[in-house]
Design a protein around this ligand. Structure first.
Ligand code: COA
Length: 322
């Protein structure tokens, strides 16, 4: 049996930090409200000349260094992003050239905040099918570029960053199962309602950003993530007590706490980065994973449950023997 196993993780956050106190000077909000409703204290924001591929490259190099893998060794690169550098070439192609991985398959995946879990599921299937030995999977975002910095209901939530993993074919257990879902019925609850092929004029006026009915998204997210926990454990024949670490999408501590409760996991077994990173969309899960691997909390052999929920709606989970 061939498994896809994580052999290296990496992360990168841009230097500039925007605190809740900074936001108090930009919109009518306050630190106490943001902390209480979201758990967020600060977020990182890209510099003027930085873009998504710049963040992705640093995270990728860090993961590759740990895995002992060079660009020429890669068979596949998948970048999960909602904020690509260009319409095309894909961010994965731009990154591939920088890493000297020219020739391998490279493409982007767009599933908003669930993007990394989707990309992990796709890469895992490439590896299990044979032929692909080493894959680089990245979640990278510059969400600050699609945030309306005058809208207090959204601008306090998001941040920029990138996280990466190297996956390699292995006889040792690694990714045990991935569960992916989407439901396009409620696309109006969370969207950026313009693009290349629709409402383009609005885009060109520069006036269209993330729009969200936060309260409604919150309720759907809590219910959906509760269901996916059951689905994942049942598929693997595991009990709640078999999970060592929850590595959730970092949107809001209250949503994360509800999922941990469903799992019966104390918050000490949940990797929380939302306070320092904010919601970095597709980057949030691999960034959190990298933090907990590097600080020694996550050890080889631990069972991890990764989960995410985002625009689309999309949602998914991955059960991993690290
Ligand atoms: N500062 C201060 N007050 C704010 C505020 C801010 N930044 N943003 C909104 N408010 C106000 C609202 O205007 C509202 O005031 P009103 O009652 O006078 O109308 C009040 O706070 C409550 O707003 P509400 O939207 O009901 O708050 P909430 O408890 O639902 O928290 C979110 C808002 C966005 C934090 C929460 O809904 C959430 O986290 N939703 C999910 C978001 C998410 O995860 N999105 C991404 C999915 S990947």
């Amino acid at each position: 049996m061939i498994y896809a196993r994580i052999t290296g993780t990496g992360g990168y956050l841009p230097e500039k930090i925007l605190t809740n106190a900074d936001l108090e000077r930009m919109v009518e909000t306050d630190d106490a409200w943001i902390r209480e409703r979201t758990g967020i204290q600060q977020r990182h924001i890209v510099g003027e000349n930085e873009s998504t591929v710049d963040l992705a490259e640093i995270a990728a190099r860090r993961a590759m260094e740990v895995a002992g893998v060079e660009g020429k060794d890669l068979d596949l690169i998948i970048v999960a992003t909602t904020t690509p550098d260009l319409v095309f070439p894909s961010t994965a192609c731009l990154l591939q050239h920088r890493l000297g991985a020219n020739g391998c398959a490279a493409f982007d995946v767009q599933a908003v905040c669930t993007g990394f879990v989707y990309a992990l599921g796709v890469a895992e299937k490439f590896i299990r099918a044979g032929g692909t030995k080493r894959a680089l999977v990245i979640g990278a975002e510059t969400l600050s570029r699609i945030v309306d910095w005058t809208d207090r209901t959204t601008c306090v939530l998001f941040g920029d960053g990138a996280g990466a993993v190297v996956l390699e074919a292995s006889e040792e257990a690694g990714i045990l199962s991935v569960h992916l879902h989407a439901d396009g019925a409620h696309s109006d609850l969370l969207s950026v309602p313009c693009g290349v092929s629709k409402n383009r004029a609005l885009c060109e006026q520069g006036g269209v950003f993330i729009q969200m009915k936060g309260n409604e998204v919150f309720k759907v997210a809590v219910n959906t993530l509760g269901r996916i926990v059951d689905e994942t454990l049942e598929a693997a024949g595991l009990e709640k007590a078999d999970i060592d670490w929850l590595v959730p999408h970092q949107a809001n501590t209250r949503i994360i706490a509800a999922t941990a409760k469903k799992l019966g996991l104390p918050m000490e077994r949940v990797v929380l980065t939302v306070a320092k990173h904010g919601n970095t969309s597709a980057a949030s899960v691999p960034l959190a994973l990298d933090v907990a691997v590097r600080d020694g909390r996550i050890q080889r052999g631990d069972r991890l449950l990764l989960e995410a929920f985002g625009g689309g709606f999309t949602w998914g989970s991955a059960l991993i023997r690290y």
